[in-house]
Design a protein around this ligand. Structure first.
Ligand SMILES: [Ca+2]
Ligand SMILES: [Ca+2]
Ligand SMILES: [Ca+2]
Length: 455
């Protein structure tokens, strides 16, 4: 019911001053009987084709009108709905009795067919019980049509340069928003895309703000949109972005022109659906990033590994699934099986920083194994975590056991959407703790990419 009050505040001419009793007098027969009066001559302004809740104000004189109900008479070109709690009629806002001097409201959801001929008139039936009997009457309420352009300033959008990309490229750009009023159902679309192909997150036909579809007053947010180029000439291009939303019951559209710089094919490289691929970019990992590792051998190594085994058990595989360098607990085989396995504690390594665009689903896919011999225990482990700006999430943990576990590549995919909009790193840790054990671990073919896109 809050929404109906908001509707009145936003829309109608109804004021808190003593109202003149205008409109239809429903029933004025009988001395001492209830005289019900509709306090508006028309509906609030309605945008054709859109659902709108309208509040209809009523008053009564002389006597109470009890069991007060409003239903609509079937009207061409106007669809009518009722509040969920009553479903087939509209009751008063306060309770179901209208008392003398009280002003109360009934709510209807109406939708006007844009093709229907003017004037549109909503025929409603009001019924109530008074001291002298049951009353029912049809009242005609003209529907006021708002055919003005949707303009407003509930949301401000950043302007200027949106980003840079190459002639054949894919880039995610974030459009900054600021709530000037409490706005709901916020949707962004590129309505003048220029030479760019546009895709929105999660296969929707629009982009939503990162924090949700409501943008509160004073809150800054952003919405991600994917731009793709294919043989686009160098230069500066303008795109028009429209935000549509509601302030109260009023639908508003705000538009802004943003610029995108397209550079040559050797340009910035921009963004991509693939945000990180260890096969293409194996470097820039940092071993022992916090300087507190305790392992004395088997430290992580970015390399193509050599195979090791013990009595037929493969403890380190001599390849990665893609053939690109992996993150290996020392890739060189060494003089014997136990020469370059993890010993005496923990070894850690962390990936380069990966920027995840805001408001889009992101996944991490990788291959890994954790191998050990029967001198292992649950104290030994492999852990893979994602380190965000404010929290670290453990994605995978494998612990040892008193048995022989051969190295065998396995593939895993993780959802990183909770870290959208952040710069993250992938942390890998392996340890031979407690008694000395033969422990080897590997992580390879690490790909972070945006998912859920229309091709
Ligand atoms: Ca090793
Ligand atoms: Ca060991
Ligand atoms: Ca151990």
């Amino acid at each position: 019911m809050k929404r109906i009050i908001a509707c009145l505040a936003a829309g109608t001419a109804f004021t808190a001053t003593t109202p003149a009793l205008v409109g239809a007098v429903v029933d004025d027969t009988g001395i001492g009987d209830a005289v019900v009066t509709l306090l508006e001559e028309t509906t609030p302004p309605i945008y054709p084709g859109q659902d709108a809740w309208i509040a209809i104000p009523w008053t009564v004189s002389n006597a109470e009108a009890r069991e007060f109900r409003v239903t609509s008479v079937s009207t061409d070109g106007i669809e009518v709905g009722y509040p969920e709690n009553t479903a087939t009629y509209s009751s008063l806002y306060n309770d179901d009795t209208l008392s003398p001097l009280e002003i109360d409201f009934t709510a209807l959801r109406i939708r006007v067919d844009p093709e229907s001929p003017a004037p549109r008139v909503l025929d409603i039936t009001v019924s109530y019980v008074s001291d002298t009997g049951d009353y029912s009457e049809v009242i005609s309420l003209p529907v006021a049509i708002d055919d003005s352009e949707f303009v407003g300033d509930g949301i401000a959008m950043d302007d200027g340069l949106l980003g840079e990309m190459a002639s054949d490229d894919v880039a995610w750009f974030s459009v900054g928003l600021l709530g000037l009023e409490n706005s709901s159902h916020v949707e962004l679309r590129v309505i003048e895309p220029g030479p760019f192909d546009i895709v929105y997150p999660a296969e929707r036909d629009h982009s939503r703000p990162n924090l949700g579809t409501d943008v509160r007053q004073g809150v800054a947010d952003q919405a991600a949109i994917r731009f793709a180029t294919s043989g686009v000439d160098e230069g500066s291009y303008s795109v028009t972005i429209e935000a549509t939303y509601y302030v109260g019951m009023t639908r508003i559209s705000t538009m802004v022109d943003r610029q995108i710089m397209v550079e040559g094919s050797g340009g910035s490289g921009g963004g991509s659906d693939v945000l990180y691929d260890s096969a293409a970019n194996a470097g820039a990992w940092i071993i022992n990033p916090n300087g507190d590792d305790t392992a004395t051998t088997g430290q992580w190594d970015i390399t193509n590994p050599e195979e090791t085994s013990w009595q037929g058990h493969v403890t380190q595989l001599g390849y990665t699934p893609s053939g690109a360098p992996g993150v290996i607990t020392t890739g060189a085989a060494g003089s014997d099986t136990g020469a370059n396995d993890v010993d005496s504690g923990r070894t850690s390594a962390i990936s380069p920083s990966i920027s995840l665009p805001a408001g889009v689903p992101v996944e991490l896919k990788l291959a890994y194994y954790f191998a050990y011999l029967e001198n292992s225990s649950t104290a030994d482990y492999l852990r893979i975590s994602v380190v965000g700006e404010s929290e670290t999430a453990l994605l995978l943990e494998r612990t040892g056991k008193a048995e022989n576990k051969d190295a065998q590549w396995k593939s895993k995919t993780f959802d990183l959407s909770n870290f959208a909009g952040q710069d993250v790193r992938i942390l890998v840790e392996a340890a031979d703790e407690s008694n000395g054990s033969l422990v080897e671990a590997a992580v390879a073919d690490i790909v972070v990419r945006v998912t859920g896109l229309t091709p």
